[in-house]
Design a protein around this ligand. Sequence first.
Ligand code: ADP
Ligand code: MG
Length: 502
Amino acid sequence: MGKEKVILTVEGLNKSFGPTKAVVNMHLKIRSGEIHGLIGENGSGKSTVTSMIAGCLQPDSGKMLMEGKPHCPKNMIDGRRSGICMLLQEKGTIDHLTVAENIFLGEEDRFGTKGIINRREMNKAAVNVLTKIELQDVEPAMLIDELSFEDRKLIEAGMAMKENPKILIVDETTTALSQKGREVIYKLIREMKEKGDAVIFISHDLEELKSVCDIVTVMRDGEYITTLTGNEITVDSMRKNMIGREFTGGYYRQDYEDTSDHDKVVLEAKHICMGNRLNDVSLKLHEGEILGIGGLTDCGMHDLIKVMFGLLKPDSGKVVLTEQNIEIKSPEIAVRNKMGYIPKDRESEGLMLAASIRDNINMMSMDKIKKGFLITPHATTKLAKEQVKMLSIKIGGLNLPVSSLSGGNKQKVAIAKCTANDVQIVLMDCPTRGIDIGVKAAIYRLLEQFKREGRSVLMVSEELPELIGMSDNLLIMRDGCITGKIKRSSEVSESDVINKMI
Ligand code: ADP
Ligand code: MG
């Protein structure tokens, strides 16, 4: 380690999206023959850095050198030309084209003259690529639409390898693959290493990282934290560096039992159907329970939580507050009955950005602070101040607009709206999305507090560690149905959950 030739150098790289500093003064060296893990919590900047390396994004400042020469790819094709290929998390192949057409997209000239493509030649050449990724059984002439997500991902990997890249970037690709698919990717990665090329490997699976990587660089909040090599690469050291010392051991819940009150159901969904998005979904939320719902983005969970709050109307089925026997037909009924909702897209749904922090916090609590017909400024200030203090919201002043706050503090205001109204049931959709780890940890502590106070939380999330780390019970959804239920235990692993998701 260390003596091998440096292929890529990244120095002082910066990238912001509006007020979000996604990557801050990042540096990195990728050497010949290494499998370089890049780790960090969600939102720590991994995809942004690698997208800049691959040419999909342009840095605001900083420099990159590829084999000693300035590297500033203007787009992905440019990036490929200088030897960098990236496998994305999302789908990277094109519908309505055949497998072979996808594989040789942009290279059709190789298989014909004067615009006429010799399909037989092209299909024959595709077999070589398919064999390499162990998809010998796939017909090159079939439409790629007919293949599973996994097979399409592997084909994308095969396409990348065909370019003979000097650096292959694998951005959370393995997360969505079965063990068999993963093995194929590992094989390609080893091949890169043997040829003296390099791989940047991004994954949340710490065990996987440990077994695959020679060297691991840790990012936090867009910044370089440290690099681990050899036997420094342990699950503990990776976790510790990712989340920062102050949270070590206590980031998620520390107890490993379902501690909700099984006898007391507070909210129920009964046979909810909605178009082709929700298909006979029933669930029960108990007193003092954190009920997690996980799945792929389009599994229906984001619709379900809106139905539960009365924001979307199901075609059939209903949502009922069990004790009161009240049907939740609208958000007004939900709020009146001490329910709160933290939307996934807080900027557009959850907050009035131009209104003051005070008004936002008071928004749901008018009934509570009303004296007769009167709402006094004193009462609204008092309530807002209490919430700001309780949730340690960092603000310049109560009268400033919510738009003046950072993402994490905006989310705290969205939560304060609920806590101000003494909600008993909180519905949260991706509560920590794009939030820094300090605020994340604060939200987790708040969830624990809710539990202790006998309140109930329904949490939809796309982050497996937080679902596993916080839920008493975890429901898995796929294609609009609940397909699995996992009880809280220290044994639950991410792959248990993923297997039920895909
Ligand atoms: P990671 O891959 O480590 O999960 P990302 O690089 O995707 O992190 O994101 C880093 C930060 O930049 C996050 O706060 C994210 O919300 C933000 N971000 C990423 N892409 C965009 C974008 N296109 N527009 C606005 N913000 C973005
Ligand atoms: Mg990412």
